[in-house]
Write a protein that binds this ligand. Structure first.
Ligand code: TYM
Length: 326
């Protein structure tokens, strides 16, 4: 019996951070064993923010691909590819755009947020259509599961709605994919907001040990805990949230010591920085190995695109047929 299919992706708007790693990528590494897996680097999506600086994208694509592999994705077991190398995604996006009501898109929280944050008078057509392209990325592989962080759930819901509408209009072509979340589906940044490339609050997988320690020292902690012996409130503390990931076995002790006023924030941060650096060391090591092998990354991305194109091409034949486009 063939394995069920999985697709997920990340935007090459910069290099990857701990949120990307713990919210999605670690899960991908496990899941590649059980699923027929496709991992995309969505460069067209990145143009919704980098349209005026597209020259930055190729470098970011390489960095994201390196992070994927350094974290443990194995090109022998899964397809790693660049979205724009599989043009079929664009064709399906166009066709989906014909059946997606504007009202559905205007309600998407990420769109509303970006529109407010960017504070520009007119947003691009591409930004509004962002989740339609994401639906095409997923459905073109007829993916059963999509492992992502919590912020992507509205996009997954819209993907299911588009699949249902397409199937209603033209017949059963697409399955309705399910999101798969990790226990760390929303990793906080060092300022306490969601860790994000755009908030300047991220710890990057490519940061060296010293930078990581420096960032942990600046992290937001309980503002009511001023002296070492003051009792703390771990629930609102970024350092504790990261301890739950990187010091799992000690998290209960850390929590009770903090609450009892038996643990100072400085020591607590140093312990975290040590554990975080130990967790990132193997990734740093594999990163260096990959950088030293010229041409290997290009070969991996070429092979990944070929594998993806074969599946995407089959789906498009079916789609064109039911839409009378042959
Ligand atoms: P992107 O590039 O913003 O993020 C990539 C993945 O990382 C997760 N993530 C987080 N998880 C936990 N805590 C955080 N602080 C955090 N920050 C980011 C995201 O949830 C995501 O899983 N729209 C997608 C890209 C995309 C896609 C797709 C994803 C395009 N097509 C098809 C899945 C399937 C995005 O912006 O991801």
């Amino acid at each position: 019996m063939s394995k069920p299919r999985l697709l997920s992706g990340m935007q090459p708007t910069g290099v990857l951070h701990l949120g990307n790693l713990e919210g999605a990528l670690r899960n991908w590494v496990q899941l590649q064993e059980q699923y027929d897996s496709y991992f995309c680097i969505v460069d067209w999506h990145a143009l919704t923010t980098l349209a005026e600086r597209p020259e930055e994208i190729p470098h970011n694509v390489r960095e994201v691909a390196i992070d994927y592999i350094a974290a443990g994705l194995d090109p022998e077991k899964c397809a790693i590819f660049v979205q724009s190398h599989v043009k079929e995604h664009a064709e399906l996006h166009l066709l989906f755009s014909m059946i997606t009501p504007l009202g559905w898109l205007e309600r998407v929280p990420t769109y509303k947020e970006k529109r407010e944050n960017l504070q520009i008078e007119s947003v691009s057509y591409g930004l509004l259509g962002y989740p339609v392209l994401q639906a095409a990325d997923i459905l073109i592989y007829k993916a059963a599961v999509v492992p992502v962080g919590e912020d992507q759930l509205p996009h997954l819901e819209l993907t299911r709605e588009i699949a249902r509408r397409f199937n209603y209009l033209y017949g059963e072509v697409f399955p309705e994919p399910e999101a798969l979340l990790t226990p760390a589906a929303r990793v906080p940044g060092i300022d306490g907001r969601k860790m994000s490339k755009s908030y300047n609050n991220a710890i990057y997988l490519s940061d060296d040990a010293q930078t990581v320690t420096q960032k942990v020292k600046q992290a937001y902690t309980d503002p009511l805990k001023i002296r070492k012996n003051d009792p703390g409130h771990p629930e609102g503390c970024v350092v504790f949230a990261l301890h739950q990931i990187y010091s799992k076995d000690d998290a209960t002790t850390i929590e009770s010591e903090c609450r009892a006023g038996q643990r100072g924030c400085v020591d607590c941060k140093m312990q975290l920085a040590g554990n975080l650096n130990s967790a990132l060391d193997p990734l740093r090591h594999r990163r260096q190995e990959l950088l030293a092998k010229a041409g290997q990354l290009e070969r991996i991305l070429k092979g990944g695109a070929e594998k993806a194109r074969a599946v995407a091409g089959e789906t498009m034949k079916e789609v064109r047929k039911v839409m009378h486009l042959e």
